[in-house]
Write a protein that binds this ligand. Sequence first.
Ligand code: PLP
Length: 660
Amino acid sequence: MPKPLSRILVIEDEPLVLREILKGLNAAARTLDNPFGIAFGGVATAQEALAAIESDGDIQAVIVDDKLYTLAGNGKRAGAKTLQMSALELVQRITGLRPELNVYILIAKEQEDEVVDALFTEAVDGYFYREERDYRGIYRILNAQIQEKARTPFTDQLKNYVWMAKDQWHTPGHSSGESLRGSPWVNDFYEFMGDHVFDADLSVSVPMLDSLMEPKGVIAEAQALAAKAFGARRTFFATNGTSTANKVIFQTLLAPGEKLLLDRNCHKSVHHGVVLSGAQPVYLDSALNRKFGLYGPVSKKTILEAIRRHPDAEALILTSCTYDGLRYDLAPIVAAAHAKGIKVIVDEAWYGFARFHPAFRPTAMEAGADYATQSTHKVLSAFSQASMIHVNDPGFREHLFRENFNMHTSTSPQYALIASLDVARKQAVMEGYKLLARTLMLARELREQINSTDMFRVLELEDLLPDEVRHDGIRLDPTKVTVDVSGCGYTVDELQKELFDRYNIQIEKSTFNTITLLLTIGTTRSKVSRLYDALMRIAREKRAARRLVRTPEIPAFTKLRYLPRDAYYCGGELVPVFDDQERVNRALRGRICADGIVPYPPGIPVLVPGQLITPDIAEYLARLLRSQKRIELHGIVHEGYQPCVRALRPQEEKALRRIG
Ligand SMILES: Cc1ncc(COP(=O)(O)O)c(C=O)c1O
């Protein structure tokens, strides 16, 4: 089992002083308890310090001497005030690079007031008096600080309980797997899953494990550590994924009829949240990259225009980064929304790691968003369904949030999920920078290797960006690798099958001429090599390029006649998409849809509940249903062989309030 290593960097430009400090601290690390492998190293200039912090992912903390640093590093000594400012600037640069690091300052006693003032405004964890030379004391504090970050309060308590091996007179029914272990019929499941899956599957009947519904103990502690790590005021663990997290926030912020600005290309949970909350949606059309069939971000112009036209909106939700890795320049959008009192929610389902490497920042929280939802399970080491809700909203209504959170949360949450969030946070803080630096390097290598096949080509930001968002400051998360496969001689479906059947490779997603690969902190170099090898072999086949069939473009949004919730709760009637002669059914025209109709891929609703069905839309649905490549069409009801749309009855419409 590899042992942890925690390097602590001392930044001190007097060589003799530096040597003495390092000697004293390393001696303390050798002689005192050192479970985290603490070792001290030193540098003499700010430049060297920043370079070390950037290149060495094992650095966990820094000690900055306050009297030295000029970032120019030209060795000039200036007056005390200037020098102190430059130490603070150095601290800002350090935390800008790696906010998870602990930063301490070495000060002279007489500077206390000035420095303490500055500490309040900076993310500094504390200070030591230089003259005291209390190296054992300093070591103990640093050791305790690292221990604090590395704590997993919930997981530790869960393990404690399991080791205590109490007789269980409580749920769950399998009782630590007892019901399966001895069974001739189902013990194979027990064997397959392993002891601890069952041992750790506990319930709220165990008070020492706290309650997700009203956390006061180890869950509250774990959430507080997560809030600190992710730069939020508050963090909540969600065990039903970001799908539920989004709904909880909507129901907290939006009363029925209140306006929500949303990207039409957002996840279906957002559309479901509109129905549940009763909000009045204002859809923002996302930009479309026709060449690759990719629905991208919404243009800044569209967002700002919507904010201007709907200053009465309660909230705006955006997805950043998108599934394809495109992320907004959020700060100006957040500022514009806040100027009108509109709350900003950012769905960071695909971006939960971003805080831990500067290549991905700023995160939504850092850009000033009020809420961010993250599928920790998608991109960090948490179990599926384990997500986090981060809150920065100064007007956070905790009671309301709690009611909604509890409304959507099972009273029997899976404790392994909570533990995995605790552990995912610890890992992100302790080694996230290092792992993400490796992931970025692997992403670079993978890109080069794919391009070297001369058949497959990785799409860069310029290729991915639709024209209308080209000047919006959008950036690409390089861990999402989208590859143009149009020249390989396979259709995308054939290619996916070939990769799966022949090379054991499962990709993340596709369009008619691209595939997308997701790199995470779990990606290894051998996995990258295997993919390269597979693509190279396919490229060497030199098949003749095929004509690839485009997915028809989603028609523009029509009209929202009634609130989605009102329409959804109407009984409605089923109207067939085709008539008796297999033509598009004219009876659909002008009707109002009661369900969300979502072709998948790309997963954007062509109809939402309450929306007007136009001839174009009816035609579009018919085309998809007739297409050879049967796309999933969520929301279409099959009555026998007849595909139907649930539409409002005329008398139902009469009873509803029209909004458009
Ligand atoms: C943008 C976006 N938001 C939310 C979700 C839902 O996340 P979860 O799977 O954690 O429920 C997804 C899932 O794919 C997503 O792509």
